[in-house]
Design a protein. Structure first.
Length: 185
């Protein structure tokens, strides 16, 4: 809860990836309130009242996953809507003068998108969502310690991370009013 709030303020990409990780953790714990409490809440060094709030936050996510029919897999609509917002920014940056540095970064990634699409197995998603899914897959492979994908993970991170990082930074700047996308138009 506190980590998610901080990430939401600081970096939209980290926030989305963090929530995806929470979804998978909750599934791994089979949505059991007891397991969630013992594994995710009890180890926290906070007051009991605060622990109760953490448990409620996790259970809210559980309820959303159930409501959206995503008990087995998939991501919450909330995060997919945020990715759609970030993708809208991507489209704006591809056409506006302020997006020149971003276009240069994206140009290095663009030739690899068809390969990433095949690896991720999703043909009908935006380039932005594809990038998030590729980063999340690379993160999971790293967590699992899978060595056979080492070079692919390294390549994915080297190509995708700078693009997503730039998008996330711009998203924050636009959201805070620090960047005007329509300046010099």
């Amino acid at each position: 809860m506190d980590i998610a709030q901080a990430k939401r303020k600081e970096n939209i990409a980290e926030y989305i990836l963090y929530l995806w990780q929470i979804e998978d953790l909750l599934r791994a714990l089979q949505f059991s309130p007891e397991a969630i409490y013992s594994q995710l809440v009890a180890p926290r060094e906070v007051e009991e009242e605060q622990k109760h709030l953490y448990l409620l936050w996790y259970m809210d996510i559980v309820n959303l996953l159930r409501k959206e029919g995503k008990e087995e897999s998939g991501h919450l609509e909330h995060t997919l809507h945020l990715i759609a917002d970030v993708h809208n920014l991507h489209l704006q940056l591809m056409h506006h003068p302020v997006g020149e540095p971003y276009r240069q970064l994206f140009a290095r990634l663009a030739p690899q998108l068809p390969t990433l699409r095949k690896l991720v197995g999703k043909e009908d998603i935006s380039d932005t969502e594809l990038s998030f899914r590729a980063l999340y897959a690379a993160m999971l492979y790293r967590i699992k310690g899978e060595k056979q994908h080492g070079e692919a993970i390294k390549d994915t991170i080297e190509l995708v991370s700078p693009v997503v990082a730039h998008l996330a930074a711009m998203y924050g700047k636009v959201e805070r009013g620090e960047v005007d996308l329509f300046k010099d138009m």
